[in-house]
Ligand binder design. Sequence first.
Ligand SMILES: *[C@@H]1O[C@H](CO)[C@@H](O)[C@H](O)[C@H]1NC(C)=O
Ligand SMILES: *[C@@H]1O[C@H](CO)[C@@H](O)[C@H](O)[C@H]1NC(C)=O
Length: 523
Amino acid sequence: MLHSFAFISIVLSVSSLATAESMAFFRSSGSGCPAHYTEWASVPHAPFSAGPLRIPSMRPPPECRTFTSPAVETAISRISAQITDPDIRQLFINIMPNTLDTAIAWHAPGTKDSADYPYTFVITGDINAQWTRDSTNQLLPLLPYAAADARLNALIAGLINMQAEQIASYPFANAYKPPARSGLVPGENSWAKGDSVHPPFDLRTVFEAKFEIDSLAAFFKLSTAFWRQQQQTSNDLLDMDLWRHAITTAVELLEKLQAPTFDADQRLTDATVRFLRTANSPTESSFGGGRGNPIRRTGMVRTLFRPSDDSVIFPFLVPANAMLAVELRALADMFDQTGDAAIASRSRNLADEITRGIYAFGTVEHPKYGKVFAYEVDGYGSHLLMDDANVPSLLSLPYLGFVNATDSIYQNTRHMILSLDNPWYFSNGTSGSLSGIGSPHTGFRRAWPMSVAIQALTSDDKQDIVNAVRLLAASTAGLGLMHESINIDSVDGKSFTRPWFAWCNGVVSELITHIVAQYPGLL
Ligand SMILES: *[C@@H]1O[C@H](CO)[C@@H](O)[C@H](O)[C@H]1NC(C)=O
Ligand SMILES: *[C@@H]1O[C@H](CO)[C@@H](O)[C@H](O)[C@H]1NC(C)=O
């Protein structure tokens, strides 16, 4: 009678459903559910859409889904009814609920009228760990439907409580393991055992300790978006003491990381965070004995890793600082309303210093494009001109709310990064093959569907937007789901990485939802 894969049973069966079972919530034993969603996602399932792409139906059977929201089901019906193209309609139906269908590894709904708050552990897809950045992006597109669905609202609040708990205990990590009380079997990361990291971390809670400033920005983003929405309803779902502690810890840490590498006498300052790993790729470790290449004070905050989880070359990662500035302002606006004047003013000051730093040190006069944003700088004048598909990226700056799409520095930057003058932009030249920005994370001649989606989300050219969606639909290797990267020389995206990448499914469903609302009849 107990379906081990269904979300409710995962919550209730902490003690009975011993270890190995819990994480494999698609386990089939007698249930008819696939053993793992990666398997399900690697084979096309009937029925197929009536269009030329024959997009398969990739939602797991209802009894195998990890969470079901009536409000989201209603939205899927409403939005898909407004899509005329049968291939794009089926793609949307597959990807929009992908996180709810497959990635809610654990959820405790909490009990009202007690200090028992909801908690939610959201896996990134094919890896059994929760990334702060991915999990924010996985649930944020569903926030608009939470007002009409109290269970969905508690699910999202549960993720904020989970992120707060993780960040309060160790703010330097990019990915965390499930809490012991979930009864889930944590994913293993054999690398992390050998990492030399300061301050030290606990392998029982941290999956990977790569310090990425956009993870903290992602925590701010989900929290403030949730708070804005809840203002209309009374809410007691967040553990506010824990949350305030996590936010304060993060803001204090970010202030410290504005510090230059050397003081006036060229003595080393406090590194605050260091990361070293033994690896065969330099993207996995850090320069400068783990503290990163030298920097001068610019007002920006340094990071060790990018949103791709690759190490930075120069520690001031401009798009991540831009996202941080936007989210620190949102945090300040929120604290103004809640009467926390001290933390509001610290957050706003930090946002202002970062923004001034970006314009003073993060832009470059380019001989061909004019003034552009650099991807990374160091405050000494060195800079890196490129973009990476992972958000926050330079391409996504208007999507992140840092500039308007019409901003001239952004437009110059956009022309540069969507051309072969960005070493990580890949185009095969054959019509119908996916061109776009890739990432050192997946190597040469691989474009990321996520960058194509962001390109469309930051454009107001209807033809470009439609072309982007068609290209995305035609590049799923016939599997009807978004993939991480695609070999641009493979037909229909047949050579790809990560069959189960929930974040990108979320971004593309956000794009299609946006188009249906903004340009009725276009799809
Ligand atoms: C974008 O433009 C609008 C209207 O002109 C303006 O109110 C807003 O502040 C701008 N946003 C940014 C990030 O510059
Ligand atoms: C470009 O992609 C096509 C498949 O769409 C492939 O046949 C061709 O070899 C690729 N071109 C190069 C230069 O690899």
